[in-house]
Design a protein around this ligand. Sequence first.
Ligand code: S3P
Length: 404
Amino acid sequence: MSSTIAQPNASTTQIVRPARSFQGSVTVPGDKSISHRYAMLAGLAEGTTRLSNFSTGADPHSTLGCMGALGAKVTKNGTSIEVTGTAGAFQQPGSDLDCGNSGSTMRMLAGLIAPHPHTFTMIGDHSLTMRPMERIRMPLSAMGARIDLVDGHAPMVIHGGPLKAIDFDTPIPSAQVKTAVLFAGLQAEGTTSLSETVRTRDHSEHALKAFGATLSRTGERLSIPGGQKLKAIEATVPGDISSAAFFLSAALLFPDSNLVLDSLGMNPTRAALLDVITTLGGKIKVLMVDELPVLAAIAPYTRDGVVIRDAKELRIKESDRIALVVKNLRAMGAEVTELEDGMIVPGNQQLHGAEIDSGSDHRIAMAFAIAALRATSENVIHGADAAAISFPEFFTFLEELSKR
Ligand code: S3P
């Protein structure tokens, strides 16, 4: 099975019938987080970057669209992407930078473009416009950027110009905020340093080094000297473990499953899911926000259930993921307790089919398609096309792997 590009006309409702087992091999799309970062740094670099296995999800393609508007030349040939960069000089875009549904695009790109002497207006869809952006405005303003938000939200207008390095202690663990500061620091005057209390995914650190930048880590403190130039690369994006998480979870539901996942990225800052899966039925307190919806959705079928705490950030993702998981689990007949920062899902429960509300959130649509495989009757997933944000091939692959 190979990846294909997003199908924009996919139906918005999908019926998922119970399965008997889950079998087969699958290649999930290229990692969304890495695709974003490579696309952004390629746009800033000098020369032509060639990427293969670029994510088929709509979000990284929003980033590519923005890079085009900023003056990079983007050529797409299936999952092979070429980006000829602007050699450090983004142009004034002729229109708004449309980030679509992608928080990663808006937040990380803000740091990359803020040092450039133009006015940038970043917009997004309804969900993105509801998400907090003050966390980006705060460090970038401290570096000297002038940023306008509407009540802490997009549209975000950046009045760019030369920036000064800062020492920044991230108040919330966020790879997107860290990245915005690193990308701005790369182009600022002086050495920017940043410390994280909880380590977040480190794809930006790796990507910056791949494009020739210097940065260092001492304990929890990262330092990046400013005034650096980037050089184009050739790279293959590894498979997305957050997409694989859905099928790994499905495989857990059936004792005779046999699932082969190809070319998966196994970066330790992302692979915590695998530790959880081997001990599923415990208390989940690790930083793996993107995987929590599916783990919660299959928790009723586990022996001991799952307790999720310290995960308040789930409420301000593409949807309020705590509220939606609880609502959909209850629709399927599950007992679940909603907490401000998580939920308690007892194990050993039998669920029935229901009408599922994805809230136009890709991870909710896919999480409940997986929960549907072990229900006693079919589920109707409304807003199923949201899956295309990160994994357009999801429902096709799901049908191929589910044995009935
Ligand atoms: C991402 C970081 C995470 C994650 C998001 C992608 C990234 O968000 O939820 O889907 O690529 O850096 P945080 O910024 O909250 O860590």
